[in-house]
Ligand binder design. Structure first.
Ligand SMILES: Nc1ncnc2c1ncn2[C@@H]1O[C@H](COP(=O)(O)OP(=O)(O)OP(=O)(O)O)[C@@H](O)[C@H]1O
Ligand SMILES: [Mg+2]
Length: 437
């Protein structure tokens, strides 16, 4: 049922957008300037995609067939279809309010409340569809119904979250990623991803300059400089003992830094303790997984959220369980009873519970059978597609560089090469040293 998956993805993406709009409305009430271009791009997206593609397909295929097969759903479908029909007028009204606010004729607080009521409508609409329509569709529609519905939906050119996002929406995508109040990595299962592009310097999330770290008199890191931009996946590859783990540990603050500077989201965090860094969103899944064997899976996950407000823990845990159903099934069992691959999922899930803005993964594929390695990389790809910023350390250089936007090669404590993932894969030196080619 491709159509159902696509509809749910569209809903997740729209929900994310609505959440970002709400957040910006709140910022605006708190005195932030009007994010005019952002709102305008959101309206263009809704206009171009949601109203011209998503809604008509629902009306003409899904809803039409469902009306025939499930007479008791007709009232709900009428209500939803009416909201579809009213959408363009609502959006036009909002565009007029945005324009007035832009020229100072409408107070920003009024625009904020108009935006909020629009997103509230949007969210209510999505919930109604998800709760009352899709489950019925799943039950009553016949095979031949799905064939035509799927065909309509498979031609799905989402300009923002689609396979090939349109250029004018790329900035919007990155802005959504950086303004979404909840870490998008905990969101729904969006498969959308963007082609890599050169990003403005202002979008640098992490900047490390000249990092040094020692074990006694041995200098394990000899002045490492690297950058990670918002939404990027950066791979750090290198042989045994190159200093990859030391780098991640120094970055998260559990290993002392003897020289250098770390800037995160514009702030110098070089002097911050590890828990403070975690609170800011630097969350690590450590080498060797290090789950707490005697503790239950739930308790392990809860530990990952110790810097987070308590009220959000249960909800976040459900999101992790949605990503990793096996953990839900075994939630009450000691973590030590899980297989290696499952423990790796738990370690990643635990890091996600800290609502990372930068997720550090230290050799997530280590010691796993090939099929499980693929599965772990699949999870990383999903997180990446959802907009998570990831710094991935791997000995499995080919797999890591393959999914990375950019990479750094580390040799005995120094960066010796950097480039896009593909450039490094094609580099003679890298091929000889790490790819066995
Ligand atoms: N606790 C320690 N005490 C002393 N030296 C250490 C310690 N941990 C690491 N080292 C040394 O620091 C250097 C970097 O090690 P590190 O573990 O960071 O490498 P790595 O790239 O993560 O290697 P691997 O691929 O094996 O995980 C190595 O020379 C290692 O022997
Ligand atoms: Mg290591």
């Amino acid at each position: 049922m491709d159509a159902l998956r696509i509809i749910s993805e569209d809903h997740n993406n729209l929900w994310r957008l609505a959440t970002a709009v709400d957040q910006l409305a709140t910022d605006m009430e708190g005195g932030a300037p009007l994010a005019h271009d952002f709102f305008e791009s959101v309206f263009n997206y809704i206009d171009q995609f949601v109203e011209r593609s998503h809604h008509p397909k629902e009306d003409d295929y899904l809803f039409r067939l469902l009306r025939q097969r499930s007479p008791e759903s007709v009232a709900t479908l009428d209500a939803l279809q009416l909201q579809h029909a009213e959408g363009p007028a609502r959006l036009s009204a909002l565009r007029i309010q945005l324009a007035s606010a832009h020229v100072g004729q409408l107070p920003l607080s009024e625009l904020a409340s108009a935006l909020r009521s629009y997103t509230a409508g949007l969210k209510a609409h999505i919930l109604m569809e998800e709760k009352q329509v899709l489950p019925v569709a799943r039950k009553v529609l016949l095979k031949e119904d799905w064939a035509s519905i799927n065909q309509a939906f498979l031609d799905n050119k989402d300009p923002l979250f689609g396979e090939v996002a349109q250029a004018e929406f790329r900035d919007l995508y990155h802005r959504i990623v950086s303004t979404a109040p909840e870490s998008i990595g905990l969101g729904g299962q969006s498969a959308g991803h963007l082609p890599t592009r050169t990003v403005a310097a202002s979008e640098v999330l992490l900047r490390v300059q000249g990092m040094e770290s020692c074990y006694g008199r041995i200098k394990a890191l000899k002045g490492i400089s690297l950058e990670v931009r918002r939404g990027e996946t950066v791979a750090l590859v290198g042989a045994n003992g190159a200093g990859k783990t030391t780098f991640l540990r120094t970055l998260s603050g559990v290993q002392p830094m003897s020289a250098g500077r770390i800037h995160f989201d514009g702030d110098d965090i070089s002097g911050l303790r590890s828990d403070k860094r975690m609170r800011r969103g630097i969350c690590q899944s450590p080498e060797g997984r290090q789950v707490f064997g005697p503790l239950s899976i739930e308790d392990n996950l809860a530990l990952g959220a110790y810097t987070q407000p308590r009220h959000q823990v249960a909800g976040d845990m459900e999101k992790i369980f949605a990503m990793f159903p096996i953990l839900k099934e075994k939630r009450a069992l000691p973590a030590g009873t899980l297989s290696g691959g499952q423990q790796q999922m738990l370690a990643i899930g635990r890091a996600l519970m800290g609502r990372p803005r930068l997720l550090l993964l230290d050799e997530p594929s280590m010691g796993l059978a090939p099929l499980l390695v693929q599965e772990v990389f699949g999870v990383i790809k999903t997180l990446k597609a959802q907009g998570m910023t990831i710094l991935l350390v791997e000995q499995n250089a080919l797999a890591a560089l393959d999914i990375a936007d950019r990479g750094y090669v580390l040799e005995t404590g120094s960066v010796t090469l950097t480039g896009t993932g593909q450039e490094l894969i094609n580099n003679e030196q890298v091929r000889a040293a790490y790819l066995g080619m």
